[in-house]
Design a protein around this ligand. Sequence first.
Ligand SMILES: [Zn+2]
Length: 260
Amino acid sequence: MHFLKFKIFEKFAGMIRHGLSTRNGGVSGGEDGKEYLASLNLGQFEEDSKENLEENYKRFCEEVGVDSGRLVRANQVHKDDILILKGEVDRGNYGLNKPQGDHDGFITNVNGLALSVRFADCQGVLFFDPVRRVIAAVHAGWRGNAKNIIGKCVRKMVEEFGCSAGDIFVGISQSLGPCHAEFSEPEKELPDWMQKYVGGADGRHVDLWQCSFDQLVAEGVPAENIEIMRRCTVCENDIFFSSRAGKGKMGVMAGVICLK
Ligand SMILES: [Zn+2]
């Protein structure tokens, strides 16, 4: 199986495990009319079979080296609620089939919990503070950017875990690039402060990568600690699932991070 990693986390290989899936290496999409799920679908819980999803997650988690029984996932709802997991957590309460409710992010300092977020054009954003040994994972589409869930995650790491923003490293996954983040009426769909990210020849394309970067820097995360993968899910639809490229018919990728 082919999965991706952030270069910025390479030097922390002794402390964390992490990975980002692609659309390759799974078992989904074999049924007529479901080819769009091929093959490593890690979402679309209504459209795919439980067996396929379990096998796909098993393969992905094994490859990354995390325990699928300690997978932490939620119903992502494009809001900015972040679940804090610290202290005595019930270790039996996790796994693919035990979603944690409506959240779009997690933060923890508990070893072995594999925080996961799912995306197919949205950004999967992974955070690590090697000083306080705190990790986080956030799902951010443009609605998440508009609510600044990324900045909120940094603030929560500081408030809840005593992190310093200057110690935090962040990776931003494959996602919609400015080449394909096209809006119908960005002046109406996006808040005023996001208008500076609107551009392109037609004035309707939005640089959500820059927006996320700026949100991190505004909280005090050093620019050199931030890695934007800069791979667009539409441009590379042969490797990545994309909601836009598939017009809503697509599988879903995942990003996972875990403290060793
Ligand atoms: Zn593109």
